[in-house]
Design a protein around this ligand. Structure first.
Ligand code: UDP
Length: 226
């Protein structure tokens, strides 16, 4: 075997119990409710077992992503969805492009400031910096297993994201309110103090940057990578 004992694992905020109150810390209760979250959580457990089996050798960072959006600022690397997008941001991009007629906003009666659900959107470039910071931390310290949230620590409603996208990109598109989507929760955002203190990492891009960069990729790649 190649003796590789350094691992940075892409986990997700979906491992947290949806009943937990945000901001979520790494110690908040976990209880994934969908298959995606369950696979992420199973792998976290597997990594913890692997670490325990040889705790003087392994260096492992489990990174729990919140809602990554945006693209590389060149507009050359972005998210190419196959078929209809499920996630909000690629959906917005395709509605703005005219590929899809309207955006459906799932619920207008959530207990939030404007009735739409709150999430923690983080720029993919900040996320990639988070991986480098995690690797640097692992390389410079003794063997360990770390679990760390990567988000911005700020909650944004669906309507705020839509309005920011429209403002930044001078784009108008139609949206309608429909019923809540099964499995969604009202508010989910991160506490990122651990990432700041342990990795010396913090997000540099704001929501305007995420909307601008993500839209640039969409404009440059109207058909995705097909
Ligand atoms: N959402 C929406 N319309 C869509 C897709 C998503 O209103 O077409 C909402 C969804 O209900 C959630 C938020 O946007 O409150 C983020 O959803 P997404 O699927 O991007 O990420 P999740 O946090 O669910 O993993």
């Amino acid at each position: 075997n190649n003796q590789c004992r350094n691992i940075v694992y892409s986990s997700s905020a979906t491992v947290y119990d949806p009943e937990e109150k945000s901001p979520l810390t790494e110690n908040s209760f976990t209880k994934p409710i969908n298959p995606y979250g369950k696979t992420k959580y199973s792998n976290e457990i597997l990594l913890k077992d692997i670490f325990t089996s040889n705790s003087d050798k392994w260096k492992i960072a489990i990174l729990r992503y919140f809602n990554p959006i945006g693209s590389h600022p060149s507009g050359k690397i972005g998210e190419s969805t196959i078929g209809l997008p499920n996630n909000l941001f690629p959906y917005i991009c395709q509605v703005a492009q005219g590929k899809i007629q309207e955006l459906k906003i799932y619920g207008d009666n959530w207990p939030t400031k404007d009735g739409t659900a709150v999430r923690d959107y983080v720029h993919v470039m900040d996320l990639s910096e988070g991986h480098l910071a995690a690797l640097e931390c692992l390389f410079s310290e003794d063997p360990q297993i770390l679990t760390i949230n990567l988000g911005t620590g700020k909650g944004t409603t669906v309507l705020e994201l839509v309005q920011t996208f429209q403002k930044v990109n001078q784009s108008k598109f139609k949206y309608v309110f429909t019923k809540r989507r099964a499995g969604d929760c009202a508010v989910l955002f991160a506490n990122i103090e651990l990432a700041k203190s342990r990795l010396n990492w913090f997000p540099r891009n704001n929501l305007d940057d995420m909307c601008r960069d993500g839209w640039l990729w969409q404009c440059n790649n109207p058909k995705g990578y097909c």
